[in-house]
Design a protein around this ligand. Structure first.
Ligand code: MLC
Ligand code: AMP
Length: 507
């Protein structure tokens, strides 16, 4: 088997399976298993297909498709070919995808066959020469091209500072920004976590997260591969399926919504008996969820904290107290500090903005050096926009956000993007989009709308125009009409007051 010498991340992903080609990597729900040997051979054939189509080192491969193992093969194949992997949420509308294509100018776009007609002209005008397809059943022109090539591709050399992936994160102002992630950032972070969380070849991870984000792609998949373990690969979160599969698993990673939904399942305690570790992140895990989970399963959920730009930054300990309401300590090699608005570190225990420095950091925003500069300090610390405090024992607590961001079921929604569209609707004077506590999603998107004087509007008139431009998860779950928005003396809308007012909206 190939050891992918010289390709920093691919070499590290494949190392644990060298000489173990028959070891299982993927357990499918239909009872089939995909070995490491087969998976990597397919990734090599993907790399050959990409290269054959003219992909050069540093070129982007964009993919917007349902979650499949074929997409993971494309991820590793892109790395082997020296390309940059650029996954997109399948929920994004054509308008949203159009922006990403224009910004990143990928060499190849892989999309669902049902969307190819819509996306092809946009991709061509963005300079993308190749439009391939990948369906939810793993078939499509991507798979055909893969199958037309033999394994044995010689990995293109890529050093630690070369880019491995670009993930778009929404901007608090303006358009989304592509976070550039190097081989170094992804490799070092996953290796650190593998060690810290004691992942081994015996681990079987329930993989129910999407694979277009840091959490499902880099944290869950990279760590398991680096340990030579296996994934129970689910197309999406489904509580019944997880309970059914749990007895043959050892670990699970999820957003808090996974845990609150699983707590509703009567078979949870029995199903969790062989599990060794549950990990949560991407949004705050309520103390109550932590405590209920421990009462039912006997396991203290290990909460960690991260961000697209930083990968993982802190984690509760594997051995030692996992403290509810905290995200633990900085990872080995990562520095954190809590600062005032000028980047001056505050005394221990005070609340301020969290800043991070370390090998885990991204390499900047794609084609947006000015945005990168806005969020970096001169000494290399990245300003996260999360408001935090370090407790007396050194545990980090995330107490809020300085950035105007809603996290709904682990997915980020930037109010500004929704507000600009609502404000453009006839009869709307202004709006404020806020996150309101929600028992299932953690926070739900709510639009508070002020109609123009004399205008009468209903919720449907606000929601209908959002359907084409905005992914479903960004669309408000409720619309509330008011005569005016609360403002402070500077004239700034007081979103905190609105959040307080509607805090019990979802019971
Ligand atoms: C789906 N919908 C959502 C939603 N997900 N609405 C708000 N917020 C969400 N997160 C909408 C759908 O559009 C649909 O709308 C309806 O809800 C039901 O859709 P579904 O597909 O059945 O939903 P479901 O499968 O139940 O999905 C919910 C979920 C999923 C929470 C399981 O969103 C999920 O897997 N979230 C994880 C996201 C994630 O991986 N984040 C990590 C980011 S990385 P309608 O109206 O059409 O019915 C990161 C860094 C870090 O943050 O630290 O990890
Ligand atoms: P993203 O930009 O999608 O990567 O989302 C990153 C954001 O998710 C962070 O800036 C935090 O606001 C939030 N986040 C991630 N993990 C946690 C956590 N454990 N607790 C609270 N917030 C979190």
């Amino acid at each position: 088997m190939n050891d992918y010498q010289g390709n920093h991340l691919a070499q590290s992903l494949a190392k644990a399976s060298l000489g173990r080609e028959d070891a299982p990597f993927i357990y499918h729900l239909n009872g089939k298993t995909l070995s490491y040997g087969r998976f990597l051979a397919n990734a090599e054939r993907m790399a050959a297909a990409l290269t054959d189509a003219g992909l050069k080192p540093g070129d982007r491969v964009a993919v917007q498709a349902a979650k499949t193992v074929t997409m993971l093969e494309l991820y590793v194949g892109t790395l082997l070919a020296g390309g940059i992997f650029l996954p997109l949420n399948p929920a994004y509308t054509t308008d949203e995808v159009s922006y990403f294509l224009n910004n990143a100018a990928p060499h190849i776009l892989v999309c669902d066959p049902a969307r190819a007609d819509d996306l092809a002209p946009l991709a061509r005008s963005a300079g993308t020469g190749q439009i391939w397809t990948l369906g939810a059943d793993g078939t499509g022109s991507l798979t055909d091209r893969r199958d037309a090539h033999a394994p044995g591709f010689q990995a293109v050399p890529r050093g630690p500072e070369d880019l491995a992936a670009i993930l778009y994160t929404s901007g608090t102002t303006g358009r989304s920004k592509g976070a550039m992630l190097s081989h170094r950032a992804l490799e070092s972070n996953s290796q650190t976590l593998r060690e810290l969380w004691r992942f081994t070849a015996n681990d079987v991870l329930i993989h129910a997260l999407p694979i277009f984000h840091t959490h499902g792609l880099f944290v869950a998949t990279n760590i398991t591969m680096m340990a030579g373990g296996s994934l129970i690969f689910l197309p999406k979160f489904d509580a019944d399926t997880i309970i059914r599969e749990m007895p043959r698993a050892t670990t699970m990673m999820g957003v808090p919504t996974f845990y609150t939904r699983l707590l509703e399942q009567p078979g949870l305690a029995q199903a969790a008996r062989n599990m060794r570790l549950f990990i949560s992140g991407s949004a705050p895990l309520l103390d109550e969820t932590h405590r209920r989970w421990q009462a039912v399963t006997g396991h203290a959920i290990l909460e960690r904290y991260g961000m697209t730009e930083t990968n993982m930054t802190t984690s509760n300990p594997h051995d030692g107290e996992r403290r509810p309401g905290t995200v633990g300590f900085a990872l080995p090699g990562v520095e954190i500090r809590v600062c005032d608005d000028n980047g001056v570190e505050l005394p221990q225990g005070e609340i301020g903005v969290l800043e991070v420095r370390g090998p885990n950091l991204f390499s900047g925003y794609w084609k947006m050096p000015e945005k990168t500069a806005e969020e970096m300090r001169d000494d290399g610390f990245f300003i996260t926009g999360d408001v935090a405090r370090i407790d007396g024992d050194g545990y980090l607590q995330i107490v809020g956000r300085a950035k105007d961001l809603i996290i709904s079921g682990g997915l980020n929604v930037y109010p500004k993007e929704v507000e600009s569209l609502i404000d453009a609707i006839d009869g709307v004077l202004e709006s404020a989009v806020i996150g309101v506590p929600h028992p299932d999603l953690g926070e739900a998107v709510v639009a508070v709308v002020v109609p123009e004087r004399g205008a009468t509007l209903d919720a449907a008139q606000i929601l209908a125009p959002l359907e084409k431009p905005l992914a479903r998860f960004k669309q408000p779950k409720k619309v509330i009409f008011v005569d005016e928005l609360p403002r402070n003396t500077m004239g700034k809308v007081q979103k905190n007051a609105l959040r307080q007012q509607y805090t019990a909206l979802f019971g």
